[in-house]
Design a protein around this ligand. Structure first.
Ligand code: SAM
Length: 257
């Protein structure tokens, strides 16, 4: 399909993909935090089945593979991310037990009670925390674990600039106790939760974007949508630096009842 025939939406979609596929991670996190979250789950055997939902290019999946046994299926909506994911698995010599597939988190290709562990870093927001927690529950075996990161408020109130930003972008952001209550209601025993340290945002997410932004702006010189995309990313980073004591990502870990 030529560019002329593409809708603005499709073009933006391709742009966003092209921007993020140049990064090791597409959301805040770090190998240390992945390992810490895993320490709150059961030890798994070689036969264990794990799903990493909204895996992106697999930054956290390869870390997960390092620290656990079992077969890992990474699922993402974007074929380009999955292509890179599978290349990364080969480079990490774990392609025999780590496989990326294209799919959507609202129509997962698993059997009921098939999975021992569901992982999802910075992605459940795409269908919403509550819906994801509820709908994914059936794929877990009894006593299986779920571990997800989710944007959360750290305080009951905050300045209107940051409140308005999140209400416009992800109104399901909420306080930690309310997220835990939603998890409990969806059929899990909340076993642990912790706030991701700042370096998950600054060192592992924003800093690597700087050179990618420079290269991207050169590649798409004169393209308004590309300039808007980068301006949006920089705005988000500035907001994070200004308001990080009010919000962040929280790892929520739970066991299916
Ligand atoms: N987990 C990765 C990480 O932490 O680096 C990626 C996080 S990124 C913020 C969110 C991911 O969710 C993207 O890779 C995006 O393509 C994926 N995504 C969005 N909607 C999806 C859907 N309906 N089903 C599966 N993946 C989806």
């Amino acid at each position: 399909m030529s560019n002329e025939l593409k809708t603005i939406h499709e073009f933006d979609f391709t742009l966003i993909c092209n921007y993020f596929k140049g990064l090791k991670r597409q959301g805040p996190g770090s190998p240390e935090v992945t390992q810490k979250a895993l320490s709150f789950t059961n030890e798994l055997s070689d036969n264990a089945r794990i799903a990493d939902i909204g895996c992106g290019t697999g930054g956290q999946t390869m870390a997960l593979a390092n620290y656990t046994k079992g077969q890992i299926t990474g699922i993402d909506l974007f074929p380009d991310f999955i292509e890179i994911f599978n290349r990364n698995a080969i480079e990490a010599h774990c392609e025999d037990r780590v496989k990326g597939i294209v799919g959507s988190m609202d129509a997962l290709p698993f059997q009921e009670e098939e999975l021992d562990l569901i992982w999802s870093e910075g992605a459940i927001y795409n269908i919403g925390f509550e819906r994801g927690m509820n709908e994914w529950n059936k794929f877990l075996k009894k006593n299986g674990f779920i571990a997800v990161t989710e944007a959360s408020w750290f305080t009951p109130e905050r300045p209107s600039e940051i409140d308005d930003f999140w209400m416009a972008n992800y109104p399901e952001i909420d306080t930690i106790p309310r997220k835990i209550a939603q998890m409990e209601k969806a059929g899990y025993i909340p076993t642990a939760h912790f706030i991701l340290p700042e370096n998950c945002w600054t060192e592992h997410f924003y800093a690597p974007q700087f050179p990618v932004q420079e290269a991207f702006l050169k590649e798409y010189a004169g393209n308004e949508a590309a300039a808007d995309l980068i301006a949006g990313q920089r705005h988000e980073e500035n907001l994070y630096n200004k308001y990080k004591e009010y919000y962040g990502y929280v790892f929520y870990i739970g066991k299916k009842r």
